[in-house]
Ligand binder design. Structure first.
Ligand code: SF4
Ligand code: SF4
Length: 358
């Protein structure tokens, strides 16, 4: 039996698209109002965007969802977790200041902000799962203390998985720092001596001080594999494509690990989770990139449902139907459907869906 996925297409100009009205309709049609009861604490999981990022979901649109929760007497709060890499989201204080700078505050959105894994990303709870890679997952503690969750996910490309949306927001985005490390622990990059210009950017961003510039025939970056935690930040910041991962097995493993953490995050909330995907402002990289990236395809619309695998599979297909498989072209080393296949296998949901237009 295919899972119902609700889709509000942007058919004309995005300026004329009624985000408020469509989000309201999607919220009811997809049964997101059934996810929580009056007086329950409802986490609204979002990515506030790295400093300089312009693709993240607009605070105004987030506010429309908050209104729907409040109208039904739920108690919403906006939330995300700290990152592994150096940036403006590495601790709760910097993260909250950046969120405010990007327009996420009580005034614009109608809800308080809570960083779910504590001041320095230290607060997590262990959730038992039966996965191929993990028997327990470290989920940011406030998700386990919330009563329900609505995830707002931005569909983008991704350097480590090819495509990122609800599964990534749930799996990586709800993990504590320990959980994020565990998901990345198998990944080890290498610096290409011929391409490296010794600009030092990767040295500056590496959270573990695992990279040094060393003098061989010329000065080049050298990565200490024992210190490296596989966060991928050096890969993201190198403008000379000098950092390489062997994505063959690493890419599939990362997708599977994220799917297992997504299973744990949903379990931490007792399955009381609803999903809204934004197929708008679609960029090559995720919102962790602190730059104003060009949009790679026209805006497509909004997708909602109760099954994270179905909403992601539908989102991926809707983008591909209109634009060809852009993510495969951008990231030929990845088979994006690996994440859906593994998520299905571990019982997180189904990639068989039926689209219902609203
Ligand atoms: S960012 Fe790239 S080019 Fe610059 S030092 Fe690091 S590997 Fe070399
Ligand atoms: S060397 Fe390892 S820890 Fe440092 S930025 Fe690169 S992937 Fe992350």
């Amino acid at each position: 039996m295919p899972e119902k996925v609700y889709f509000a297409p942007i058919e004309g100009s995005v300026r004329e698209f009624n985000f408020e009205g469509k989000l309201k309709k999607l919220f009811s049609a997809a049964g997101l109002d059934k996810v929580f009861s009056p007086d329950e604490l409802v986490a609204v999981k979002i990515h506030f965007g790295e400093k300089g990022n312009t693709g993240h979901i607009a605070p105004k649109h987030t506010g429309y969802i908050i209104n729907e929760i409040r109208r039904r007497r739920g108690k919403p709060f906006l939330t995300d977790t700290t990152t592994l890499y150096r940036g403006q989201r590495g601790n709760a204080v910097d993260h909250l200041a950046l969120a405010d700078e990007h327009g996420y505050n009580f005034r614009n959105c109608g809800a308080p902000l809570v960083i779910a894994d504590g001041l320095r990303g230290q607060s997590g709870v262990a959730i038992k799962i039966k996965g191929k890679h993990f028997r327990q997952a470290h989920i940011a503690s406030e998700f386990a203390h919330a009563d329900a969750m609505i995830t707002l996910s931005h569909a983008t490309g991704h350097i480590g998985t090819g495509f990122a949306c609800a599964l990534k927001n749930l799996g990586m985005g709800c993990a504590s720092r320990g959980g994020k490390r565990a998901q990345h622990s198998h990944m080890r990059p290498q610096a290409d001596r011929l391409k490296c210009t010794a600009c030092g950017e990767c040295v500056k961003w590496c959270p573990e001080n695992a990279i040094k510039l060393v003098k061989k025939k010329k000065k080049v970056a050298q990565i200490n594999a024992k210190k490296c935690i596989g966060c991928g930040q050096c890969f993201s910041v190198c403008r000379f494509s000098a950092i390489e991962f062997d994505w063959g097995n690493m890419g599939r493993d990362l997708q599977e690990r994220i799917a297992e953490y997504a299973l744990a995050a949903a379990a931490a909330l007792g399955g009381k989770v609803g999903y809204i995907n934004f197929l708008t402002r679609i960029t090559e990289s995720c919102d962790c990139m602190g730059i104003d990236e060009p949009r790679i395809v026209p805006d497509i619309g909004l997708v909602a449902g109760r099954d994270p695998v179905a909403v992601d599979a539908a989102s991926y297909d809707l983008i591909a139907e209109r634009n060809g498989d852009v993510f495969k072209e951008l990231y030929p080393d990845f088979e994006v459907r690996d994440q859906f296949t593994h998520a299905e296998k571990i019982g997180l949901g189904t990639s068989k869906y039926k689209i219902i237009k609203v």
